[in-house]
Design a protein around this ligand. Structure first.
Ligand code: KIV
Ligand code: ZN
Length: 389
């Protein structure tokens, strides 16, 4: 049986939504380096900035447009002609380009922020997508706060955008309000209620306020989306965005479930994450999926023993597949005899299971008072063991 693999586009917004992380401010040169690395990693689209926001942002989008050869470059624009004009100018040198126009559709944003009626928002979508279409073949429209928008009205907004020329509709869970079941159902609803659903590529843009940004995006893929927006290391406004490295790893590990074509150069994942961590001056949490320092470390005795017998007992992804050199078995109070013996033998000792009967209790005494047991500690432990042995 031939299984049709789905092609999912990766849209990276580290340089735009990612830069909305408090305290993050990339220089133009850093943005160019990040864009080149993202291209090496294999993303399809790079949102290089919000050109109308500042002269620096405009210059950054222009510089990235010149530097990148294969990925499509986009700038962000509110539903305003001047924002779209800024995107036209900033992306003029891009080999491949699109524009990203957005306006909020939810009642709270319409009433409290935009002070616009439902009809006025629909008119604005029509006018600005049509305006953008004069300059760009690929026009992306995002209904901001889509997940808190009345469903029939959201369907109308999407249909209006497609009729006006949008080729991509990006469903934004702006405040991370949704959950996987509900987000999947929203895509089902749109597939059934947007008459021209099949004429556009549907995309997801999820925030992580309730810790579900990656899960929501992945569920959307199962329900008709074929583009995922996100950032590296999950950078972004408040709790951040869908972490694209998690999406790429999920597609790779669970090919059987997602049936998505591999086109991301997964081995560049760690390099990409490290570069962005360095330039954003944001440490990656140690327990962060895929790229955290502990993602391939095993401390407890049962896990270490299993891992030493067969790595796949506790690793669903090899560290090498995402560009991490090797797994680690740090030794602490929960570690077991097998890992300690393995470590000592790697350090050049010749330790048997019988020897461990003397070494292990000494190790446990030391480990009870230390966060981790170092090689120096192990040497001391061996000296004590010799005295006792
Ligand atoms: O979170 C959001 O709604 C956005 C839009 C601009 C897509 O970032
Ligand atoms: Zn966002």
């Amino acid at each position: 049986m031939i299984i049709m693999m789905k092609r999912v586009q990766f849209f990276d917004t580290t340089l735009r939504d990612g830069e909305q992380t408090i305290g993050v401010n990339f220089s133009i040169s850093q943005k160019v380096q990040i864009a080149k690395q993202l291209e090496k990693w294999g993303v399809d689209v790079i949102e290089a900035g919000f050109p109308i926001a500042s002269p620096e942002d405009f210059e950054a989008v222009a510089a990235v447009s010149k530097a990148v050869k294969h990925a499509t470059i986009t700038g962000l624009a509110r539903a305003k002609n001047k924002d779209i004009d800024a995107c036209v100018k900033a992306t003029k040198d891009a080999a491949h380009k699109q524009v990203h126009v957005f306006i909020a559709t939810s009642p709270i944003h319409r009433e409290s922020k935009l002070h616009m009626s439902k009809d006025e928002v629909i008119q604005s979508i029509h006018d600005h997508v049509s305006y953008a279409k004069q300059f760009f073949d690929v026009v992306q429209f995002s209904p901001e706060d889509a997940t808190r928008t009345e469903k029939p009205y959201l369907a109308k907004a999407c249909q209006t955008a497609i009729e006006a020329g949008a080729t991509i509709i990006n469903i934004a869970d702006t405040v991370g309000y949704s959950n996987p079941v509900e987000f999947g159902q929203l895509f089902d609803y749109l597939r059934e209620n947007v008459p021209d659903f099949d004429k556009a590529v549907f995309s997801t843009h999820c925030h992580d306020d309730l810790g579900m940004a990656t899960a929501n995006a992945l569920e959307a893929i199962k329900h008709g989306a074929s583009r995922i927006e996100g950032t590296i290391n999950g950078l972004g406004e408040r709790a951040g965005n869908t972490a694209l490295e998690e999406v790429a790893a999920a597609f790779y590990v669970r090919k059987d479930y997602f049936q998505v074509e591999d086109h991301i150069n997964l081995k560049e994942t760690k390099n990409t994450s490290d570069l962005i961590s360095k330039f954003s001056e944001m440490d990656v949490p140690h327990n962060k999926a895929v790229v955290g320092k502990n993602a391939f470390s095993h401390e407890s005795g049962i896990h270490q023993d299993g891992f030493l017998k067969n790595h796949a007992t506790y690793e669903i992804l090899t560290p090498q597949s995402v560009g991490v050199k090797r797994s680690a078995l740090p030794l602490g109070k929960l570690s077991g005899s097998h890992a300690i013996m393995d470590k000592l033998n790697k350090m050049g000792y010749s330790v048997s299971r019988d020897d461990m009967k003397i070494i292990f209790p000494i190790f446990k005494n030391v480990a009870d008072n230390e966060k981790l047991v170092s090689e120096e500690d192990l040497k001391d432990i061996m000296t004590q063991a010799r005295v006792r042995g």
